[in-house]
Write a protein that binds this ligand. Sequence first.
Ligand SMILES: [Zn+2]
Length: 54
Amino acid sequence: MSTCPECDGEVTVASDALAGEIVVCPDCQAELEIIALGPVELALAPEVEEDWGE
Ligand SMILES: [Zn+2]
């Protein structure tokens, strides 16, 4: 079990997940990239769109 960096919700990462995989937080729907394994570290995945439009 890992923690969502966006909402601190619990995110389940498959035991056979690979670094670089994207998982979606079940609580806030944020896309999270697995940046490290053992222990799992999650980071917000970069948006695909280029216009962030503040
Ligand atoms: Zn979340």
